[in-house]
Design a protein around this ligand. Structure first.
Ligand code: BES
Ligand code: MN
Ligand code: ZN
Length: 484
């Protein structure tokens, strides 16, 4: 991944970097005011000659005398000014990176609006997954945002620093999601978490034996079918300044979801290495949390286990008991995420946080309802729902709230235990049912659940990243934590 750093406009004289401008369809290049008159006129003439309109995704390359040398200049369209948002700029930066990466070694982007989004777009688009094979090397090694005047310097520096932090976290989440399932055992994820120890972060790994002692029967039930032992990981970030604020982020970490004895068909299993994306988001946040330095104590918990149909696998009809004493009748071993999360949420509740946010690739139903571009959000507290929705909006990671309709609780009442792990009524409100199930384990604390089954992993390339793990909802979490 490339670094995006600020560069004073004047320094372009000493640099052979290509110049880039982002252009509105109806208002010309953004931030063009900063250009000297000669460069401004040359740019306008060159873009006109090229027939460049500035429509969204349009990319043009021109060449003219600029800042002391004949220089390549890239123009990327933003569409109409009124409809342009921070996401428009992030995507334009992604498109620009895609056009330039193979050709040029350095790029300097004229950027007056949404600098953080532009820096993120450039960095995230340059991400490659290379744990198993090297991709063709990029020519591009550095990208800059141009500082236009002394007044904007601080803001631009801050934007680049925030973007670098977000990109680093997202890249780790993507790497972990993209990794082959046998290469990301619960133990290896726990070991990775332990490397974050120090500088405000402590880590406790709850192994199988400790989980038994703590009564995590729901999580352990899922783990029974796998030869690899499970791990419940608990990280804590403590800020330097004393605080009464305490929050928990909780991730589903199914390192592969075969469905267990309720085995998935082959096609449905293909992408199930992504079933630990919630845990990946928690791990990614903790990689950078000391540098993010939120003003709250943050607990990061993830429940890592395979869901396999091994010889001792849990079976439909089994009754599991979670850490809070609730009993659960298992009707389908493929509804395992909510079982693993039940104990992770109980552990979160024990920390007495004022807010709990969980992330989980929980239901295929959320993909039916919202597709791959919108995360399903559910919650029991209007204030927290508003906070997380706001953070998601600022991060441009779309969410849509689904209602936790209490009437549906009837559908998960057990015959011989308190709860069922799937609904008695087939084909209805699958994501809400899963949310209602999770709600049974938060003990009434403010809580939001993000169902990322559609958004965490894409089978096609995105506007600023390759197919595979997307890193969602890492940037939303960073936005939320930074604002606490
Ligand atoms: N991990 C899956 C959900 C999933 C589906 C994630 C597609 C990513 C993409 C989850 O454990 C699961 O299997 N859910 C079942 C629940 C059902 C048995 C009630 C589902 O959605 O079919
Ligand atoms: Mn499943
Ligand atoms: Zn699953």
């Amino acid at each position: 991944m490339i670094a995006v750093t600020p560069l004073p406009l004047k320094s372009l004289h000493e640099s052979a970097a290509d110049l880039a401008v982002l252009c509105f369809e109806d208002a010309g290049p953004a931030g063009v005011k900063a250009l000297p008159a000669k460069e401004k006129a040359a740019l306008a003439a060159a873009l006109k000659a090229e027939g460049f309109k500035g429509g969204a995704k349009e990319v043009a390359r021109v060449e003219f005398e600029a800042f002391g040398r004949r220089r390549r200049v890239w123009a990327v369209g933003l569409g109409k000014r009124r409809s342009a948002t921070s996401e428009t700029f992030r995507r334009a930066a992604g498109a620009l990176l895609g056009a330039v990466r193979a050709k040029r070694s350095a790029l300097a982007v004229l950027c007056a609006e949404h600098p953080q989004a532009v820096a993120e777009g450039l960095a995230l688009a340059s991400y490659k997954y290379e744990e198993y094979k090297k991709e063709d090397a990029d020519a591009l090694t550095a990208a800059h945002l141009l500082i236009q005047d002394a007044a904007s310097r601080g803001a631009l520096e801050k934007a680049c620093a925030k973007a670098a932090l977000a990109a680093e976290a997202v890249a780790l989440a993507r790497d972990l999601v993209n990794r082959g399932p046998s290469d990301k055992t619960p133990k290896s994820l726990a070991d990775l978490a332990e490397t974050f120890k120090g500088a405000g972060v402590s880590v406790t790994v709850i192994d199988k034996k400790k989980a038994e002692e703590l009564g995590m029967g729901s999580f352990l039930g899922v783990a029974r079918g796998s030869a690899q032992p499970p791990a419940m990981v608990h990280m804590v970030y403590t800020p330097k300044a004393a605080t009464k604020k305490r929050v928990a982020i909780v991730g589903k970490g199914i390192t592969f979801d075969s469905g267990g004895l309720s085995l998935k068909p082959a096609a449905s299993m293909e992408d199930m290495k992504c079933d630990m994306a919630g845990a990946a988001a928690v791990i990614a946040v903790f990689k950078v949390i000391a540098r993010l330095a939120p003003k709250a104590e943050v607990h990061g918990i993830f429940a890592a286990t395979y869901n396999m149909p091994g010889p001792d696998a849990y079976k439909p009809g089994d009754v599991l008991k979670a850490m809070n004493g609730k009993t659960i009748e298992v009707w389908n071993t493929d509804a395992e995420g909510r079982l693993a999360l039940a104990d992770a949420l109980c552990l979160a509740v024990k920390q007495e946080p004022q807010a709990i946010v969980d992330m989980a690739t929980l239901t295929g139903a959320v993909v039916v309802a919202l597709g791959s571009k919108v995360t399903g959000l559910m919650g029991n507290d209007r204030r927290l729902v508003a906070q997380i929705s706001g953070a998601a909006k600022r991060a441009d990671e779309p969410v849509c709230e689904l209602p936790l309709v209490a009437d549906y609780k009837e559908n998960i009442k057990g015959n011989i235990a308190e709860l069922l792990n799937i609904s008695k009524v087939k084909g209805e409100a699958g994501s809400i049912i899963a949310g209602l199930f999770l709600q049974e384990f938060v003990d009434g604390r403010p809580w939001v659940h993000l169902d990322i089954a559609g958004t965490a992993f894409w089978s096609g390339d995105g506007p600023y990243g390759p197919k595979g793990g997307t890193g969602q909802p890492v940037r939303t979490l960073l936005e939320w934590l930074a604002a606490l």
